[in-house]
Design a protein around this ligand. Structure first.
Ligand code: SAH
Ligand code: SF4
Ligand code: F3S
Length: 458
């Protein structure tokens, strides 16, 4: 760690050591991992995480802008904190994440709420110690936003407990899909040096990690802006060599950049999870073109065929949107048809939401809400019917499950994932946490499976 930074951390520790915080995370894995970085920083400075904002010294909201509903949730939460702060007067309120990267949303928050003390963005999390100190002496909000990313991930490796960890490999996005706000919040694409990624992974292994998820908005374009060119497939092969890593995931890959070399990794690399998340967004070529996705449904089917040729039992997941401007009934039926042909194990479905500043927001023929809602319901029905069949097909089989933790809803059970990333619950067994264990699947459908450990096979 740089000396200057270390010094700042010590200073905050002197002033705030022993204080408590609550962090709330909205949005995608990128934000989840950013929150892990914030937690690691705060823990290093002597803060302690708790559950109740009513009793905390610091409340942090890590925000998401991807859909209108995500922003609404954040605004509601900040509003509630105003009342909590009336009772808990010393509470510091910090708002960070994608919403704060956008001037319009940031100004709205700052102009509407005067109980916000600190605002920072996705590119300068490492400035938090400085910002906490500055806000001690200031009545108004301390605001600090950077347009471009400053790499700080090599200074503090961040993760929370457990055997699984996220590792950033690409920051930002250059794709400008016409509906999407992310390129405006996270900025331009920057790849991280392979040596730094491998160092972090080795460090995580030494700390008990055996499963990593490599993160980027478009991992397939990894390496393009590095001085020494390297592809994502080459990086995967290097990560596969790291001793102690048992399972590798990545997210998200864009169909337009999915190379044969990457598909070959599914053949050559046994530690690569039996899972691919490949967002299709729409099954209509007309809509895909308007979305600026740079592939056709035929290209997408070809990719799926190639992947299934090397891993016939691979689990496939996707993101799909209904109600993009100009989407007709025929376009939507193309999406339904694609879903039925690909047969996803899992699909994240969304109703198109207008985002100010994006190209799609200016398009004519916005689809009326009732039409979007009806299509969404039909899509969900199709997705869940297939998903249930996929899950039920595993009943009676034995799956290698990597158990992660005690189950969220039932403390007598633990939860883990199959190589195909399906959630499995089994009776709690302390020795199996963090390990890959054979499990006989006995039940469950659509969202999770039930199982029992097969003893005597380990
Ligand atoms: N980089 C990733 C994920 C980006 S956001 C990718 O390209 O797949 C996650 C998902 O949110 C997207 O895949 C898309 O399906 C959905 N999404 C993005 N913008 C949206 C919008 N304006 N309205 C509704 N859903 C949206
Ligand atoms: Fe958004 Fe498209 Fe970038 Fe994904 S690839 S983050 S959908 S612009
Ligand atoms: Fe993720 Fe939401 Fe930002 S989806 S990248 S947290 S806008």
């Amino acid at each position: 760690m740089e000396e200057k930074f270390q010094h700042l951390i010590e200073r905050v520790k002197e002033v705030h050591g022993g204080e408590t915080y609550v962090i709330t995370t909205h949005g995608c894995q990128m934000n989840e991992h950013d929150s892990e970085k914030i937690k690691t920083l705060l823990n290093t400075m002597g803060f302690k995480e708790i559950d109740r904002e009513e009793e905390a010294d610091l409340a942090i909201i890590n925000t998401c802008s991807v859909r209108h509903s995500a922003e609404d949730k954040v605004i509601g939460h900040i509003g509630r904190l105003k009342h909590i702060k009336k009772q808990n007067k010393d509470l510091k309120v910090a708002v960070c994440g994608c919403m704060m990267q956008r001037k319009e949303s940031r100004d709205y928050v700052l102009n509407t709420f005067n109980h916000v003390d600190i605002v920072f963005g996705t590119n300068n999390i490492y400035r938090l110690p400085q910002l906490i100190l500055e806000s001690d002496d200031k009545k108004n909000a301390v605001v600090d936003i950077d347009e471009s990313y400053t790499n700080f991930d090599n200074q503090i490796y961040s993760r929370t407990a457990g055997n699984a960890a996220y590792v950033n490999i690409v920051y930002g996005c250059n794709n400008f899909c016409t509906y999407c706000i992310v390129p405006y919040t996270r900025g331009r694409e920057v790849s991280r040096e392979p040596e730094d990624i491998l160092d972090e992974i080795k460090n995580l292994v030494a700390d008990g990690v055996n499963e990593v998820t490599l993160l980027g908005q478009n991992v397939n374009s990894y390496g393009k802006n590095l001085e020494e060119k390297i592809t994502f497939a080459e990086l995967l092969r290097m990560v596969h060599e790291v001793e102690g890593i048992e399972r590798i995931h990545f997210t998200t890959s864009h169909p337009k950049d999915m190379s044969d070399d990457l598909i070959a990794c599914y053949k050559d690399l046994p530690k690569l999870a039996n899972y691919l998340h490949l967002p299709v967004q729409s099954g209509s070529n007309r809509v895909l073109k308007m979305m600026n996705r740079h592939y056709t449904r035929e290209d997408y089917f070809t990719l799926i065929d190639k992947v299934r040729a090397v891993r016939p039992d691979i689990s496939l997941s996707t993101d799909i949107m209904v109600g993009f401007p100009g989407e007709t009934e025929e376009d939507f039926e193309d999406t339904l048809d694609l879903v039925k042909r690909v047969k996803y194990d899992n699909a994240f479905t969304f109703i198109y939401s207008r985002r100010e500043g994006t190209r799609a927001d200016k398009m004519e023929n916005q689809v009326p809400k009732d039409v979007k809602d009806a299509r969404f319901q039909r899509l969900l029905d199709a997705v869940y019917t297939i998903q249930r069949e996929k899950y039920e097909a595993l009943h009676g089989t034995v799956q290698e499950v990597l158990f992660e933790s005690v189950s969220k809803n039932d403390p007598t059970k633990m939860s883990g994932r199959t190589a195909g990333f399906k959630l499995v619950h089994a009776p709690y067994d302390a020795d199996s946490i963090g390990k890959m264990v054979p499990v006989k699947i006995t039940g469950g459908n659509t969202f999770s499976l039930e199982g029992e450990i097969v003893h005597g096979k380990q």
